[in-house]
Design a protein around this ligand. Structure first.
Ligand code: ZN
Length: 243
């Protein structure tokens, strides 16, 4: 009898472990299909310029620009947003974590650009930490790969603090290498940054509401596609009233 009770208790213990396992590491709440808010994080800022080796503009400037465009697109899709920064200021990582964890039902998306000692290294990469974040990370990476001539750097796990300490699904997107001549130069182009933001927004909205729900801004369909198809574009002036 005692042996039976021990066995039942043992099974109950294993079952409770399995239940925890589905929640993810340190109790991450899987809100990836139910979230009401997206915390948009522009990497770096203020005294922290970000990527050191670069052809393009300072990383902190392009991360802010893509984050602001992304934020606008999400709001247009009726998704609530919180920005960790909205200007060129330094925000410590712990403060960013506090902002993401203050939300009741959110996902966290951090925008970065990469750099490498090897100038030829290029491509998009998306990082996550908890299992609950994988679908969102994968969705964003897949959408970025629809950009013409994009290179797939893959979806990876990482121990970045803003991912590790998040109690909601959290991903970090590396939108190409500023240290690579081609991707660095692309990052200078606001239309390209608009396209990056559009693809990331589409992935987030589809993750929440399903495929086919997201509507890209008319700018994307009217201007970006012909531009992206051109082999060597140069920089066309921004159309009046588009900024
Ligand atoms: Zn960065």
């Amino acid at each position: 009898m005692l042996r039976l009770v021990t066995r039942i208790l043992g099974l109950a213990f294993v079952a409770s472990l399995a239940a925890c396992g589905t929640v993810g590491t340190h109790g991450v709440k899987n809100t990836s299909k139910t979230f009401t808010t997206v915390v948009v994080d522009a990497g770096h800022g203020g005294k922290d310029s970000g990527a050191y080796r670069r052809y393009g503009p300072p990383e902190k400037m392009v991360t802010l620009d893509v984050a602001q465009r992304l934020e606008r697109k999400l709001r247009e899709s009726q998704v609530k947003t919180v920005m960790t920064r909205d200007s060129d200021v330094f925000i410590p990582l712990n403060d960013r974590v506090a902002m993401e964890n203050k939300q009741k039902s959110a996902v966290f998306v951090s925008i970065h650009f990469n750099d490498s000692r090897k100038r030829r290294t290029h491509g998009f990469e998306t990082y996550y930490h908890s299992g609950a974040s994988f679908d969102l990370a994968n969705g964003i990476q897949q959408k970025l790969m629809t950009i013409p001539n994009s290179a797939n750097g893959g979806v990876h796990t990482a121990n970045f603090r803003v991912l590790r300490l998040a109690n909601c699904p959290a991903v970090l997107v590396e939108c190409g290498y500023l240290s690579n001549r081609s991707e660095g130069n692309q990052a200078r182009d606001w239309e390209y940054r608009e396209l990056l933001a559009d693809r990331i927004a589409e992935a987030i909205v589809e993750q929440r509401y399903g495929t086919g729900v997201y509507r890209p801004s008319p700018q994307i369909t009217a201007q970006i596609r012909p531009q992206a198809e051109a082999t060597s574009g140069g920089t066309s002036p921004a159309p009046a009233g588009s900024r």
